[in-house]
Design a protein around this ligand. Structure first.
Ligand SMILES: *[C@@H]1O[C@H](CO)[C@@H](O)[C@H](O)[C@H]1NC(C)=O
Ligand SMILES: *[C@@H]1O[C@H](CO)[C@@H](O)[C@H](O)[C@H]1NC(C)=O
Ligand SMILES: *[C@@H]1O[C@H](CO)[C@@H](O)[C@H](O)[C@H]1NC(C)=O
Ligand SMILES: *[C@@H]1O[C@H](CO)[C@@H](O)[C@H](O)[C@H]1NC(C)=O
Ligand SMILES: *[C@@H]1O[C@H](CO)[C@@H](O)[C@H](O)[C@H]1NC(C)=O
Ligand SMILES: *[C@@H]1O[C@H](CO)[C@@H](O)[C@H](O)[C@H]1NC(C)=O
Ligand SMILES: *[C@@H]1O[C@H](CO)[C@@H](O)[C@H](O)[C@H]1NC(C)=O
Ligand SMILES: *[C@@H]1O[C@H](CO)[C@@H](O)[C@H](O)[C@H]1NC(C)=O
Ligand SMILES: *[C@@H]1O[C@H](CO)[C@@H](O)[C@H](O)[C@H]1NC(C)=O
Ligand SMILES: *[C@@H]1O[C@H](CO)[C@@H](O)[C@H](O)[C@H]1NC(C)=O
Length: 845
């Protein structure tokens, strides 16, 4: 399940229909009342029916049926439960006893949970419109469900340091210093997020809260303004929506939203972007990997079996324990696999060897204190041993690490799987090694000989250095990427002195090559890819040439160092022009330049999507990635990098840049739907709006009625107030209002929620140029949330209803409303699919 909602649709529908028929009880619950699982239609409701407390069928359904006593949001979305989800049979009751205590009792009469408020003078109970169940002595609150949370936090609820959310072995806590942590078994911290580093105070009593508009923030008496932790992807959007934070049984912390009465929930934010990085997700000795869409759990080889064949998440066990092994114990090789450890091996003084993997394996085999090991293949040659105990594995074809675990021989590899295969390939491997060594020795011998000759002939030549530079220039001119050595680049950058910026993929420095070419050198971070893949990607990027794309000159790949050398753009990135403050207004771009930039950017992206040989989905289009040369031509940068960085997540969703770039991400990123070139179109639309308005699309201010700027702009556009959207700083300049109108219309077509409603990039260019007429765009977010699966379906009155059905088909029919204008604004869907394939299927193996 992508969304891990734990609410089955059929149940929700059932509850929803039951609720509507339910007899609403009085607001105040008096001692002596009770609820019965046999009669789930009777509930205790809040004054305006927003929340209600009652029995709901447990999820997943059981046979015979069992029930939990839960507080649910209108529509049947549970946000609190008595006894943290303890299930009762149909004879179960929830009793508010005259003694003032609230008690969950099983059909057998056993007490499963008690609020322990006997003899504390409780005289009444109530559930309020925020969803808080309160037990009171007069007006004094004795106990409340907000102070005793289970796995969720709703707006209005204060989550403080002493509180904890739990789900199975997982828990979520707020630390006194303001850090948020996710823990496994109360010991392993697998997610830890500190406050924004600009917050430089020691907190005294931090409180975590979720604002109803979807912002998760920490408040503290020491902070003048709340420190924001996360935004839900639909934050500040209007509507009768409940947003809530929930720790799932899969160990991930998410923000969901649910429209009133719908009973469905949609994921809006997740703490751990790569589910396989949740510690213990697949249980002890289980290995997490991805099928095309979802994380799946399995065992390392057939020497292991699932603890519970019905639930692969329970982990694996050895078929034969090591201590009982009659044969010899051997090491199972697991390529592309890592045993997770938190903090990561490289950050912690975990026991390691540096004697080479062979010695390391032998050592482990001979020691009962070693069960397994991981070699990160990071060029350090270190291997990290694991003591017997819980092991949590992660396998991905793109991961360079290898792992080894003791098994009772012989190794029986998994059928048709890339996991655990080495045993019977050993001989073959050995032979391959010999061949490789012989070939290398020969090649090196020849090279040394040739080099020797060359040096002998050239040592007296004064032009030695110049020759090398000329050779590099020749290579540059021929279009092939030049390979630089690390020392050479270090020298050209004067030891990383002049930093130009820090993008999502790493810091960028200015450098001057031996031939006086000024370059921008990007020092990539988080590359887990092997040398070969890296070179292949570099070749692809550097073979992509277009006037509106930043040109890659060369690269460096040495040990852990991966650097890319780009042509230098004199005028820097677009954001510094768009969002320049008053003092820097010398940097303001006039309308003509802006339109030129918008068009250039669109042409560059069109080339990436539709015209070049290996189509590329950029994945991170934003003003920071649009550079301007000395003539203010737009050049798109950072294309092709999404594939390079963090390939271990095959969906390329864990990009560091993506984490930070809210506002430009298409909704499908957060809904875990396929990323296609249409996702770039969405980001482009947002950038285009910013080019017109000079304001960030996600900005919320009084001037925009506390709405996201993009939403506000659409309302103004509907009202015909185009002038109100245009950058105020252009007010006394010559602005071509026809161009502005086209740009704004294109924006709203580009940011349609449904990818199939967005035009192809080539069509965007034509629309901007005025070659194609533009129909009035429908409301970009005319959305009715879809099924419990979380997929959003758009049903908009302005869009032909057929278009939703055409979602997976090539797009033309989705723009049938355009055909009235005589020209279809769409090229065929073929290119979209091509571009998708290059991103999604580019499994480096
Ligand atoms: C509740 O009672 C049923 C039978 O009456 C029993 O099977 C079940 O285990 C009990 N549940 C708990 C949590 O005690
Ligand atoms: C109530 O008290 C019992 C017995 O002391 C304890 O086991 C239980 O955890 C308490 N319940 C709550 C909700 O604190
Ligand atoms: C209930 O509240 C009253 C008035 O505030 C107080 O006098 C009484 O002691 C309380 N009862 C208990 C059991 O705390
Ligand atoms: C119910 O009450 C809450 C809190 O007062 C309020 O935020 C919400 O809008 C109300 N809902 C309806 C449908 O009246
Ligand atoms: C949460 O904290 C705020 C500010 O301290 C307070 O006004 C509010 O009443 C608290 N809410 C609850 C439910 O305790
Ligand atoms: C969780 O921790 C406890 C003690 O800290 C330990 O006894 C238990 O085995 C651990 N659970 C798992 C599944 O490892
Ligand atoms: C808080 O989190 C940050 C990471 O965001 C980490 O560097 C820091 O060590 C954490 N502090 C504590 C006390 O865990
Ligand atoms: C930290 O806060 C500053 C100012 O409030 C903000 O500009 C910056 O974007 C924040 N950084 C992060 C990583 O959220
Ligand atoms: C926070 O507390 C530490 C240790 O008590 C102290 O060294 C530091 O100066 C404090 N920082 C601020 C900003 O008060
Ligand atoms: C991936 O696994 C999930 C859950 O096990 C399953 O529902 C889905 O169909 C699988 N997808 C593919 C393409 O095998």
């Amino acid at each position: 399940m992508v969304l891990q909602t734990h609410i089955s649709l059929s149940h929700l529908l059932l509850i929803a229909s039951l609720l509507s028929a339910a007899v609403s009880a009085a607001t105040t619950i008096s001692p002596g009342s009770s609820l019965s699982a046999a009669n789930p239609t009777i509930t205790w409701s809040s004054p305006n029916d927003t929340f209600s407390l009652g029995f709901i069928p447990s999820d997943p359904p059981t046979s015979p049926p069992s029930y939990i006593a839960a507080t649910s949001y209108s529509g049947g979305v549970p946000v609190w439960s008595a006894g943290a989800g303890k299930a009762v049979d149909s004879g179960g009751t929830l009793q508010f006893l005259p003694s003032g205590t609230l008690r969950l009792v099983n059909g057998s009469g056993a007490t499963l949970w008690d609020s322990n408020t006997t003899s504390r003078g409780v005289s009444s109970a109530e559930i309020d419109d925020l969803g808080n169940l309160v037990l009171r002595n007069g007006t004094v609150t004795v106990w409340s469900s907000f102070d005793n949370p289970t796995d969720s936090i709703v707006p209005g609820q204060n989550f403080t340091v002493s509180k904890v959310l739990r789900s199975g072995l997982y828990s979520f806590k707020l630390v006194k210093n303001g850090n948020l942590t996710l823990l496994w078994n109360d010991s392993t911290v697998y997610w830890n997020q500190g406050l924004n580093s600009s917050v430089n105070t020691n907190l005294s009593s931090p409180t975590l809260g979720l604002r109803s508009i979807g912002i998760l923030s920490i408040s503290d008496p020491q902070l003048s303004t709340d420190a924001i932790v996360a935004y839900s992807s639909d934050y500040a959007e209007a509507g009768d929506i409940l947003r809530f934070l929930k720790l799932g049984s899969d160990g991930n912390l998410r923000i969901y939203s649910s429209s009133r009465g719908s009973g469905t929930v949609t994921e809006r934010w997740a703490a751990v972007t790569d589910q396989c990085e949740v510690y213990g997700y697949c249980g002890d000795m289980g290995v997490c990997s991805y099928n095309d869409t979802d994380p799946v759990c399995g065992c390392m080889s057939l020497n292991f079996e699932l603890v519970d064949p019905k639930d692969s998440r329970k982990g694996c066990k050895r078929k034969m324990e090591i201590k009982d092994c009659p044969q010899s114990v051997i090491m199972l090789d697991l390529e592309h696999t890592r045993f997770l450890s938190y903090p990561p091996e490289t950050d912690s003084p975990i026991f390691f060897f540096s004697a080479g993997i062979l010695t390391c394996r032998l050592n482990c085999l001979g020691s009962s204190a070693c069960d397994a090991l991981t070699s990160l293949s990071d060029g350090t040659g270190l291997c990290y041993t694991k003591t017997p105990g819980f092991l949590s594995g992660y396998h991905s074809p793109a991961m360079s690490s290898s792992s080894y675990i003791k098994v009772c021989g012989p190794v029986i590899p998994n059928p048709s799987s890339s996991l655990g295969t080495a045993g019977n390939k050993k001989n073959w491997k050995l032979r391959r090694w010999i061949v490789v060594v012989v070939v290398f020795a020969t090649v090196f011998g020849l090279m040394a000989f040739e080099g020797g000759l060359w040096w002998w002939f050239c040592r007296n030549s004064r032009s030695f250095g110049g020759l090398s530079a000329q050779y590099a220039l020749l290579e540059y001119a021929s279009g092939a990427p030049v390979q630089f050595s690390y020392t050479e680049l270090q020298r050209s950058m004067k030891g990383f002195k002049e930093k130009l910026g820090a993008g999502g993929f790493g810091a960028v420095y200015k450098g001057i090559l031996a031939n006086r070419t000024v370059v921008a050198v990007k020092q990539l971070e988080g590359i887990e890819q092997g040398e070969k893949q890296f070179r292949m990607e570099v070749a692809t990027i550097s073979s992509t040439h277009h006037l509106n794309l930043v040109r890659l000159i060369g690269f460096c790949s040495e040990g852990r160092h991966r650097l890319l050398v780009y042509e230098f753009m004199k005028n820097g990135s677009l954001d510094s022009f768009l969002f320049a403050t008053e003092e820097q207004s010398g940097k303001l771009l006039n309308w003509e330049s802006r339109f030129h930039v918008a068009l250039g950017t669109a042409r560059g992206i069109t080339y990436l999507h539709e015209e070049c040989r290996d189509c590329i989905v950029h994945c991170d289009i934003k003003p920071e990635n649009i550079l301007l040369d000395e003539n203010y031509n737009a050049k798109v940068s950072d294309f092709g990098l999404a594939k390079l960085v963090n390939p271990k997540d095959h969906r390329y969703r864990t990009l560091t840049s993506v984490r930070g770039t809210r506002g430009y991400l298409a909704p499908e990123w957060l809904a875990n739907l396929p990323i296609t070139s249409k996702s770039d179109v969405y980001s482009y639309g947002m950038v285009l709006l910013e080019i017109v308005s000079g304001r960030r699309n996600f900005e919320v201010s009084e001037a925009t009625n506390r709405k996201k700027f993009s939403l506000w702009a659409f309302e103004e556009f509907e009202k015909g107030n185009i002038k109100g959207i245009v950058d105020r700083r252009l007010v006394d300049q010559d602005v071509d209002m026809d161009q502005v109108k086209r740009a704004i219309q294109v924006t709203f077509w580009c940011i349609q929620e449904q990818p199939s409603h967005r035009p192809m990039m080539g069509k965007v260019v034509q629309m901007l140029e005025g070659i194609t007429d533009i129909e009035n765009p429908p409301d970009p977010r005319a959305v009715i949330e879809g099924s419990a699966g979380g997929t959003s379906m758009t049903v908009s009155s302005n869009v032909n209803p057929l278009s939703t059905a055409a979602e997976s088909a090539p797009a033309p029919s989705s723009f049938s409303s355009f055909q009235s204008s005589g020209v279809s604004p769409l090229t065929s869907g073929r290119n979209t699919e091509k571009a998708t394939a290059s991103l999604i299927q580019s499994d480096p193996n």
